[in-house]
Every structure is written in C-alpha cells, then in structure tokens.
Write a protein that binds this ligand. Structure first.
Ligand code: C2O
Ligand code: CU
Ligand code: CU
Length: 489
C-alpha cells in the first residue's frame, strides 16, 4: 500500500522551494504530486507532515571484516536499488550497498594488501571513490574509473597510512551529488599498531560509534533530489536530519567514555555539532589521523566530507538523557540515553600520536586556487571541470604551499584526493588556525570570503596518465564544475 495519497504537505513544501527560486533543473522523482506546481508555502518544515519517523535505535552499519584470499583482504560490495524504512509504513526507494541505505563499514589495517570489489547492480553507471585513502591514481575510484551497469571493478592496493576514519562514495561526473543523496556512502576504519596501543573506546557499536550525519528532503516519503538553480548555488539542504539512515534515532550508551566517529555525509550542509546540555567533549582525530593531543570543545563545525573523532565521558552520567544537536538549524541528530553500567573502562590518553609536520620554509613552490563562479557555473582558477584537461602537474616528494581563496558570497570547502595536508594559515594569519585543525586533513572548510594556506607533499604514487581530483566537496558545486585534475609525476 502506498501512503502517498494523503501524505502531501511535504510535497507542497518541497515544491515551494523550487518555485521560489526559479524552477527545477531536474524532475528527480517521477511521482510529481504537486511537485513544483503548488507554491505558497514558505517553510519545508518536517513538523507539518503527517509522516511519522520510526522510533529507532541508532542503526550501526555492519562492520565488514575482510575475507582473506591469497594473502589479500577482500571486501565485496554490491550496489543496488533498495527500499529503506525512514518513516512508519513507508518504503523509501534508495540506492544502497549490501544493505538498504548506505553501506557497511570497511575495517582495514595499515600495511594490508586489499581488494575492494564493487559490483554495480544499479540501472546506471557510477564509481566508488576511497575518500581519504592514500592510493595509486588508477585505484582512486574517481570519475575515470567508471563501473558500468552490470559490471564490477576492484580497487587493489596496500593500505599505507595512519589510523583514521575515511569513507567511500560515488564520483561520477555530474552525478556524484545525486548518487550520494540516494544512499551510496559508507565508512572506512583504518587501524594500526599505534591505535592498537591506545586506551581508547574500541568496541564497535558499543563504545566506538560510527555516525554518518546527513540531511534530506523527502517528498511523499521518497528521497527527492531535484535541486533548483538556487539550490545548486546555495547547496541542496534538507529539513530532515538523519544519522546512519535513521531520523532522530536513540543511542543507548554505557556510562563510560564513548567515542563517536563522525562524518558530515551531507551534500552541502555545514554542521555545527554539540550536545543539547552544552557538555564538553574532546576531539581526538581529524580526517586522516589522530590529533597529537585531544582538544576540548563544546561545538564542532564540520563541512561536507570532513570527519572528526570525538570522545565524550559519560562515566558519571548514568540515567542522563541528552542529544547530539546541529546548532545552525537547531535539529536533533541522535538522542542519547545513558542507561547501561559500563562493561569495561577506558581512559583517554593525553598523547595520541606524533604527526610529521611539513616545514613551509622547505616549500619548492606555491600554487593558488581561487574558487569562483556565478549562476550554476562553478570554477577553480576561472575554469570549470573538464575531464580532458589536466590542470596541475605535481612532482613527487616536493613540499608545496597551496593557497585557497573563496571569492564568493557563499561557503565552500576544498578537498584533495589521496593525500593529506596541514593547515598553516587562515585569512592571512597562523593565529586563526584552531588547535583542532592542526592535524592531517584532506578537506577543509573555506567560508565565504575566506582564504587559507596549507602545506602538502605528494608521496609514494606517481602516474603520468591517471589524474586525481581536487574540488569543493559541496556536491552540488562539484557537479557544477568546481573541480580540477592533477597528476603526480
Ligand atoms: Cu569525497 Cu573527490 O571526493
Ligand atoms: Cu576524495
Ligand atoms: Cu562549493
């Protein structure tokens, strides 16, 4: 039975957004009940809608341990159409990976030879990119490694980086945003001998909790990817906030230190995260490694694709109830109920790792990247992405400074494939780089009118013919051209 006959208010709201901004560029979902034709509403608030979100426990993505075959760790992923339950009594059409929404968490170890085997059972081509993975360019899963309908592709390389939380997602030219929006994404956890030795919460799903945070626009309970020109510009920002594919789920916590591995998995939303009771927590890792020492904070800003690991100490909070909130839009991501005695204890170390800091004085050259654009046409250094053009040729093993400048009246961020960098300046001063940003990053927030500098060095993999990407990770901007290609040689 379809409930869409009487589930109409969210449709009106979604239609109003498109009318208000000059029309949709893409019909997105085919069930156009009032889609774009029934203006008048000014809010797309979920509170008007008769849809009831399921009162779920926080779903924990399956931890996919590799199958060892011939000394190689294999991960088998199948991309397929699926139906997922976000709302009571509604089956939502999704794209999924071994599940009904999102995909499993791949558990990897530094040094392992791996093969991530991806079978595409969708009705369209896509790719799967290892975001944050330090890998050879032809294994990157970017726009060049297309997996056609019915075909398979394997990313084969050796894990070669520090313990961290990475992720994987599609990267087809012009289609990345839509494919991610429909549900294609998953986490990657890398462990190493250093992370083994640290007294951190490590029980996956118990005190080591993955959190893929997203927002979505639903239309009749269906995922609606139909950005107007205005929404391409400003980002396709939803009014329904989801964590691991559930709307305001509840996490039942032990009264002890809890570690959250947080991914901003949204298309274009900047999240300002914190707890509803204002409690402090410690950030312990940035995108590609632990921080050297934990950094205490009450709010954490993450732009799309950024990750942060945090530890919050609930050891004296038995029976407490609070939530993980997004404070810019004032939405609840996850309700937290501390209702279990601790079944083991951990004690957050004061030293987590030591990071190799590239010396800016050793830099051989500086490259500049200016983010600009106008009406649906986004550019880096005055050029929109062209898959037949190599924008930068970067010598292996040379320290470089990259300067990124956002000249626009809107926010962006900047991501480089296959490597990490270290931030040294924001808006012209090193004093503006926050403590918690002084770690290995692969994507960094560049607010409207802002600029930054980082140090970077391409290491280990060179290939004259296979490019990597750098781009804004607001997916609507990326798909609209704010991306370039580089080869390491
Ligand atoms: Cu998350 Cu080009 O990548
Ligand atoms: Cu990437
Ligand atoms: Cu952008």
């Amino acid at each position: 039975m379809k409930r869409r006959d009487f589930i109409y208010l969210s449709t009106i709201a979604a239609g109003a957004i498109m009318i208000g901004c000059g029309g949709s560029t893409n019909s997105g979902n085919g069930n156009g009940v009032g889609n774009g034709s029934m203006g008048g509403g000014t809010s797309s608030s979920q509170s008007d809608t008769p849809l009831t979100s399921r009162a779920d426990a926080l779903p924990i993505p399956t931890l996919l341990r590799p199958a060892l075959r011939g000394g190689v760790s294999h991960y088998d992923l199948t991309l397929k159409n699926a139906k997922h339950s976000f709302f009571e009594g509604v089956e939502t059409d999704t794209y999924a990976i071994n599940s009904t929404y999102l995909g499993p968490t791949l558990l990897m170890r530094d040094g392992d030879a791996i093969s991530v085997n991806i079978e595409n059972r969708l009705q369209e081509a896509t790719t799967i990119h290892g975001h944050g993975m330090h890998l050879p360019a032809n294994m990157d899963g970017g726009p060049h490694q297309i997996i056609d309908i019915g075909k398979s592709w394997s990313a084969q390389y050796s894990v070669n980086q520090k313990a961290c939380t990475n992720w994987y997602h599609p990267h087809l030219m012009g289609k990345t945003a839509e494919h991610v929006y429909k549900g294609l994404a998953g986490l990657i956890i890398i462990e190493d001998s250093e992370s083994d030795a640290l007294d951190l919460p490590k029980r996956y799903g118990v005190d080591d909790i993955p959190l893929v945070l997203q927002d979505r626009i639903f239309n009749n309970g269906q995922i609606d990817y139909s950005p107007s020109m205005m929404e391409v510009m400003q980002g396709y920002v939803g009014d329904t906030y989801i964590a691991n594919g559930a709307i305001e789920p509840t996490f039942e916590a032990e009264a002890k230190e809890i570690r959250f591995r947080i991914l901003n998995g949204s298309n274009s939303s900047v999240y300002e995260l914190g707890f509803s009771d204002g409690r402090s927590f410690k950030q312990i890792a940035t995108d590609n490694a632990f921080l050297e020492t934990p950094v205490s904070m009450t709010r954490l800003i993450l732009s799309p694709a950024e990750r942060a690991e945090i530890v919050v100490d609930l050891s004296t909070d038995l029976n407490a109830t609070f939530s993980l909130q997004e404070f810019r839009k004032n939405k609840t991501f996850v309700k937290i109920v501390v209702n279990k005695e601790a079944t083991n204890t951990t004690s957050l170390p004061t030293t987590l790792t030591s990071l190799d800091k590239l010396d800016p004085a050793q830099a051989i050259r500086t490259r500049k990247f200016t983010l600009s654009g106008s009406r649906g046409n986004f550019q880096i250094n005055g050029k929109s992405m062209d898959i037949n053009r190599i924008d930068e040729r970067i010598p292996l093993d040379e320290v470089e400074i990259w300067e990124v400048e956002n000249t626009m009246m809107m926010d962006h961020n900047f991501h480089i494939h296959a490597t990490h960098f270290m931030l040294i300046e924001r808006n012209g001063s090193s004093a503006n780089v926050a403590e918690h940003e002084k770690g290995y990053k692969d994507v960094v927030y560049v607010p409207s009118g802002g600029s930054l500098k980082f140090v970077v060095k391409m290491e280990d993999y060179s290939d004259d013919t296979s490019p990597y990407m750098y781009h804004c990770h607001f997916l609507e901007h990326e798909d609209a051209g704010m991306m370039g290609q580089f080869v390491v040689q």
